[in-house]
Design a protein around this ligand. Structure first.
Ligand SMILES: O=C(O)CCC(=O)C(=O)O
Ligand SMILES: [Fe+2]
Length: 319
């Protein structure tokens, strides 16, 4: 991990699309926590979508459609939903899954035996830059090193860092790519890069190590950036460090931070947006049961899902 994100970062305060309490209750009551394999059950997805279809205001599918749908070429690729903070943790996770099913099928790529969601309370003894660690986490997409990169990743805050850190970073991969010269793109397209390991993952196909950082998603069309800041310092990439550092510096110019509160769900389209976090605040003196709690799941794009089939975007148009 580089130290850049311990420097001041540019904060942004996006419009958060609110899921009202009555609607959230309705969604939570219609769904349960059952998964089939690694995917939220088909019954849950259908039950949630039936409720979204009745939701006359339609602000949530509209916000997801406008900001993160693949059918909106200018969509910024990420959004934040605000769920009712007074609901309990299990209910929040269920409502969040119901919201994500407007984009596709929620699934877990890391089978921790905990159902759809992985995560929990920050562990002071974990590797600082890891999931659940206390340090900054460089910009990355989740599972950059597999055949089928998850389409969307979603982070749900159940308890923000009481010490005031742990903001979410958002890096605009397309904006960075637009400033990357063709000679660097050519280097990034070579399938020679390593990052992490890809063991025991589900729903994402075979490991892809090494992999190309930049690849075409459709012939001659959109490109994906399989980005992970840890690749810059990975010794396996020492022959390619210069181009990785250049892209890292470009992406830093297109990075902002968002402070998420309890019940807030950040959704990122992994073909456009990398995410990360700022370091947590001073943790000494914080008792177990009081530290930051973050949960994570993924979504597989489904063209028939409600957010991709809105002809007129209803609801809040400010975001
Ligand atoms: O802690 C966070 O805010 C992000 C964690 C994350 O993105 C990850 O571990 O992949
Ligand atoms: Fe991540």
């Amino acid at each position: 991990m580089t130290t850049r994100f311990t420097d001041p970062v540019r904060f942004t305060d996006p419009v958060r699309t609110v899921i009202p309490h009555t609607l959230a209750r309705h969604l939570a009551d219609a769904c349960d926590d059952s998964v089939e394999g690694h995917t939220w059950s088909a019954r849950n997805i259908a039950a949630a979508r039936a409720i979204w279809a009745e939701d006359t205001a339609g602000a949530v599918p509209a916000a997801l459609g406008r900001h993160t749908s693949r059918t909106e070429p200018d969509a910024r690729g990420w959004t934040v939903l605000a769920l009712p903070a007074r609901m309990d943790d299990a209910t929040l996770m269920r409502v969040a899954a119901a919201a994500l099913s407007t984009l596709g099928a929620p699934f877990t790529s890391i089978d921790a035996g905990t159902g759809l969601w992985i995560g929990g309370e920050t562990r002071p003894d974990a590797d600082a830059a890891s999931f659940g660690g206390t340090g900054a986490q460089g910009l990355h997409i989740d599972a950059p090193n597999v055949e089928h990169v998850p389409d969307y990743t979603a982070l749900l805050v159940l308890r923000p860092d009481p010490a005031g850190g742990g903001a979410s970073l958002i890096g605009d991969l397309r904006a960075a790519l637009a400033e990357t010269p063709e000679c660097d793109r050519e280097l990034l397209r070579r399938p020679v890069y390593f990052e992490g390991r890809a063991d025991r993952l589900s729903g994402v196909g075979a490991p892809r190590l090494p992999f190309p950082i930049l690849e075409h998603l459709d012939p001659g069309g959109r490109e994906r950036v399989r980005w992970a800041a840890k690749a810059v310092t990975d010794p396996r990439n020492s022959a390619h460090r210069a181009v990785l550092k250049r892209f890292d510096a470009t992406l830093a110019r297109h990075t902002r931070a968002v402070a998420l509160g309890r019940g807030q769900l950040m959704v990122c389209d992994q073909t456009r947006i990398a995410h990360g976090r700022t370091a947590l605040g001073e943790q000494s003196g914080l008792a177990d049961g009081t530290r930051r709690v973050l949960m994570q799941t993924k979504v597989a794009y489904d063209a028939s899902a409600p957010a991709h089939n809105l002809h007129t975007a209803a609801g809040d148009r400010r975001g």
